[in-house]
Ligand binder design. Structure first.
Ligand code: ATP
Ligand code: MG
Length: 279
């Protein structure tokens, strides 16, 4: 099961915005995705409540006896994390992640904070041994400035893969206000911004759709993906089992109907997520 965590200890760097968009992208690609809020502010859960029911569904955590669970049938997990996440709590998130995206605003203070966060991440075994990859996105870049170049140069100097930049624009705030992402509005209205997501989604693609193993059957897709960039490979691997130790999450992509049922009722959850997500 691909798990993508959005991490940066700097508050307000765009983590929730970014996480909502990755989840919406997965949902539009036909995946049964959960957007999990590790953040006490519950920004993502609040945004999910606003999401129109006729859009591709994104499930929240299931809550069972004060324990957060990944609902049954979920094939992809996106984790939104709080500012200030570090130490043991950061390590526990990373234990489950296949990819970490760090949205970083271009100011010197933001870069310095992100450098510390990156150093801490790199010291964690799962990152150090390459099982979890890290990339950085320049966030809220003012197109009138050289913010994009500054971010690229910084990422290169740090040796962090640079996925691209997202500009500062009200299209994000306006969409999120309505429970949407820019993937849910008319492409012509957000063409510039969709273009900026292209390189980011290309980097995420092997995580979202890992290459198929030789003995795996074909994936049954429930909905044609909304394409921005290159076509997806035809051979896609069924969602992998969870990396959560001691548990086996449901690894089969649910139909959209099943997914909606999961998102709507949160019933029948069997898989327990460890205590660290009980914030
Ligand atoms: N590209 C963007 N253009 C304009 N506004 C943006 C953009 N990205 C994020 N924002 C806005 O910036 C603010 C902070 O974003 P967001 O809540 O996603 O950050 P965060 O890192 O999750 O914050 P926190 O650390 O408090 O959880 C929000 O008001 C959001 O709407
Ligand atoms: Mg947030």
């Amino acid at each position: 099961m691909p798990v993508i965590a959005v991490v940066n200890r700097k508050g307000g760097s765009g983590k929730s915005t970014f996480a909502a968009h990755v989840a919406a992208w997965c949902a539009r690609a036909g995946h049964a995705v959960m957007l999990g809020d590790v953040d006490r502010q519950q920004s993502s859960r609040n945004w999910l409540r606003r999401r129109p029911s006729d859009l591709p569904a994104i499930a929240p955590w299931a809550m069972d006896q004060n324990t957060l669970r990944v609902p049954t049938g979920i094939s992809h997990v996106v984790l939104d994390t709080p500012g200030g996440l570090h130490g043991f709590e950061l390590a526990r998130v990373v234990m489950f992640a296949d990819a970490i995206v760090m949205p970083v605003c271009p100011s010197m203070f933001d870069r310095e904070s992100a450098a510390l966060c990156h150093a801490e991440l790199m010291a964690l075994p799962r990152v150090a041994n390459g099982r979890c990859r890290i990339g950085v996105v320049g966030m809220r870049i003012d197109g009138r400035t050289n913010g994009a170049e500054v971010m690229r140069a910084w990422a290169d100097a740090m040796g962090i893969p640079f996925l691209g930049v997202l500009r500062e624009t009200t299209v994000y705030t306006r969409a999120l206000e309505r429970g949407l992402t820019i993937f849910d509005v008319k492409p012509a209205q957000v063409a510039t911004d969709l273009g900026q997501w292209q390189s980011i989604l290309e980097w995420l693609e092997p995580v979202i759709s890992p290459p198929q193993a030789a003995n795996d059957g074909p994936v049954i897709r429930t909905q044609a993906p909304t394409r921005i960039a290159s076509a997806r490979p035809e051979n896609l691997m069924p969602a992998q089992d969870s990396l959560v130790h001691g548990t086996r999450l449901s690894g089969v992509s649910a139909t959209r109907t099943e997914h909606r049922a999961v998102a709507g009722t949160l019933a029948g959850s069997r898989t327990q997520v460890p205590q660290f997500l009980k914030r």
